[in-house]
Design a protein around this ligand. Structure first.
Ligand code: IFM
Length: 458
């Protein structure tokens, strides 16, 4: 795929083989809408959206992509693309409106219908338990700062595992724990909007404890479960060679890359974080956190360029060097950093890797012919899947790749201003229009599947 000259063409000899899993990812709050339907409770993002000035244009998740009512059409779209898997998240407040206690049958049955439709379409469902929409009722009790949340999360995991585990085997505990803790409790720019170092450290430890507790529960109630967590990992380069920026980049990487995978896999915090995390630990915690998982889920978009700052981490996002190309929203395009990250994960963790998010936002428009020509996204996907293939050729055990995202959707504090989908959503009509990149991705999947024939005919 990399270096295929003409836009949209796919070279079969450069693709992973036919057993490779190609998928798409979404998350509940970003696409479902129906926030007031069928007994769903509020999440911290509903609250956050209501607070003036928090989300661009005052956007909220009330309608989003109306996936709650249009999931059958969205499954048909995926089937048309030929994806082998769909990763989505369960909305905790939809199935447990108050976060704990009795399950909400209409909410639970929505995911039954979604899962059944996926299976009927030959698409493997991958469930993520937590993609940032904490029930507001639990935040009222301290949310991720309250140690009791490990028990609440385990009970929620049990509800989900018991309900869907007959049909779903792939479960992830958390999506990007470093992002929702750092931005939600450290910088205050995501829900629940807290900026406090002790709150950040408490949240990190309780998320880690909750991960371990949920892994245990899912292992015991889902026969044949295949479990993991989904982490961001990207190189954190210093914006300049100044000692301040270099130290800031190292500190930022400790939180971004290591605060979760390290304890979850090695049973301790890294030396740089150990002292800060000490006050929140109780005997036995680290063993409870480091439970065996079956794969490493990776989300990767670009490397970071970090500079010193006066915020509580002493570090923030800086600018890439001028010669580094960027996406239309300014994210650096460095496929080599993706290749190196995959090789590094392979060496460090020794687990099969699934890339569960990669993609780009673009300034997509519908043209006069009714098409969405997103050449920039195709170039990005070509370059990044090419880099992944380089990592595989160099020995990294990468088993799957999921594009973020199937649909344009609610991009958190940026509202609907950033379009990450390979399918355009006209929010006024809810019409779905597959972009050129959707066609490219579909061709890529089909070409990869064709590789089976030489092998089976031999
Ligand atoms: O939209 C988000 C997603 O929720 C988590 N990973 C990054 C995506 C793009 O910013």
């Amino acid at each position: 795929m990399a270096g295929t000259g003409s836009q949209g063409s796919v070279k079969a000899e450069e693709l992973p083989n036919s057993s490779f899993l190609w998928g798409v990812s979404t998350s509940s709050f970003q696409i479902e809408g129906a926030t007031h339907s069928d007994g769903r409770g509020d999440s911290i993002w509903d609250t956050y959206c209501r607070q003036q000035g928090r989300v661009k244009n005052g956007d909220n998740g009330d309608i989003a992509c109306d996936h709650y009512h249009r999931f059958a059409e969205d499954v048909a779209l995926m089937q048309g693309l030929g994806v082998g898997a769909y990763r989505f998240s369960i909305s905790w407040p939809r199935v447990l409106p108050r976060g704990r206690g009795g399950g909400n049958e209409p909410g639970l049955s929505f995911y039954d219908r979604l899962i059944d439709a996926l299976l009927a379409a030959g698409i493997e469902p991958w469930i993520c338990l937590y993609h940032w929409d904490l029930p507001q009722a639990l935040d009222d009790l301290g949310g991720w700062e309250n140690r009791d949340i490990a028990g609440w999360f385990a009970d929620y995991a049990a509800l989900v595992g018991r309900r869907y585990g007959d049909r779903v085997k792939r479960f992830a505990t958390f999506n990007e724990p470093c992002v929702f803790t750092l931005f939600g409790y450290g910088f205050g720019s995501n829900a629940p909007g807290i900026a406090d170092k002790a709150a950040l450290h408490r949240a990190i430890h309780h998320v880690n404890l909750s991960h371990g507790a949920a892994i245990d529960v899912l292992r015991s109630c889902v026969q044949g479960a295949s479990l993991g967590a989904i982490h961001n990992r990207q190189p954190c380069f210093a914006e300049s060679t100044s000692a301040g920026d270099v130290a800031a980049a190292l500190r930022f990487a400790e939180y971004w890359n290591d605060a979760f995978p390290h304890p979850q896999h090695f049973g301790c915090y890294t030396p740089a974080l150990a002292e800060a995390m000490e006050p929140y630990q109780q005997p036995g915690d680290m063993a409870q956190i480091a439970r065996r998982v079956d794969w490493f889920g990776l989300n990767h978009y670009s490397p970071h360029y970090i500079k010193a700052d006066s915020n509580l981490l002493g570090a923030t996002f800086g600018a890439p060097p001028d010669d580094v190309p960027r996406t239309s929203i300014g994210w650096p395009i460095v496929p080599g950093a993706f290749r190196d990250t995959l090789l590094d994960i392979d060496r460090r963790f020794g687990l099969p890797i699934y890339v569960l998010e990669n993609g780009t936002a673009a300034d997509d428009r519908i043209d006069d012919a009714g098409h969405v020509q997103d050449a920039g996204r195709i170039a990005y996907l070509q370059a990044y899947t090419g880099a992944m293939n380089e990592a595989i050729s160099a020995g990294a055990d990468v088993r799957g790749y999921f594009v973020w995202s199937l649909l344009d959707n609610f991009e958190w504090a940026s509202g609907y201003s950033q379009r990450f989908g390979i399918v355009y959503v006209d929010y006024a009509t809810q019409r779905r229009i597959p972009k050129e990149s959707a066609r490219w991705y579909s061709n890529c999947i089909a070409a990869s599947r064709r590789l089976r024939f030489p092998a089976t005919m031999r």
